[in-house]
Design a protein around this ligand. Sequence first.
Ligand SMILES: [Zn+2]
Ligand SMILES: [Zn+2]
Length: 344
Amino acid sequence: MTTATMTPPEAAIVKLDPASARTKRTIAFTMMAVPGLGTVAAAWCLWQGVYTATDLWLFAAMYFVHMAGITIGFHRYLAHKSFKTSRFFEGVLLIAGSMGGQGPIMDWVTTHRRHHRFSDHDGDPHSPNLAGPGLRGKLRGLWYAHMPWMLSDENSSWSFWAPDILRDRRLFFYHRTYQLWVAAGLALPALIGFAVEGTATAALTGFLFGGLARMFLANQAAWCVGSLSHMIGGRPFDNGDRSANNWPVAIFTFGEGLQNNHHAFPGSYRHAVRRWEPDLSGWLLTALGRARVVWDLRQPDAATIAKRRAAGRAARAGGTARTRAASAAAGPARTATTRSSSGV
Ligand SMILES: [Zn+2]
Ligand SMILES: [Zn+2]
């Protein structure tokens, strides 16, 4: 296990020129605002009763495709290589993930690997804990880590963070064709709505519910992983950061909200380390493993988990003792942390 350097090397982060930064901001803002407006329109349709059961099923089915594609495909398969699969199923996962509209795979993977390396320290692209002290700092940090970080004028270097994908022509194909899959993810529910109900209105509401509103709400849940799940929740493991296990976020993001577990064991295909922790993507992967659709599923053994859990308990006890000692001395309470895991 290596200890991460706290200063990002120059090659890790690319500062964009003003024109590129403007383009990045425009695209990011559009991908947040347009689905947001679509959600308002879908809510209006609900209020007015202009919808059918097909629209609700389309929303649920496309939410599943979107979230499974991001969490299983982009995150656990591509960013962390926590299992292997066939070329066909790899394509299914990466196309489904691209439909999420969270950016093409090179941007997603490089940002995510950088997040793991610098988690909650300088260099982390979306930490809620770097915006200063007090409630104001916390709220500002939460907001920044939820959405505005996507408007920053820097990118994570492709060659530094993801040379493995950059030189893989097969994987890079999914990067180059990203826009096509985003469009397909919006067109598909419109087409299904029209095929089932046979009206132009059904095509429009299918587009709103299964396309735009699904994209907006699933991404709001996903962005809570970077914001809420690095601030609020349980911390059984001492990762040297503020990653936390947040159950409500984990339920809506198929297990991703279990950030403390995930930062402790980033290469594991499961984010749950206890059977009852909500990790739908982990459960799906276990089932897919039994069906031999995926294989070589990586996970830590029970002894490793127990050792890390004991270390977490010791660190918490040490922190409490230090805080008490500091209070007794009427000095500022300082909690020392050591980063123990940063690998992807
Ligand atoms: Zn994290
Ligand atoms: Zn991760």
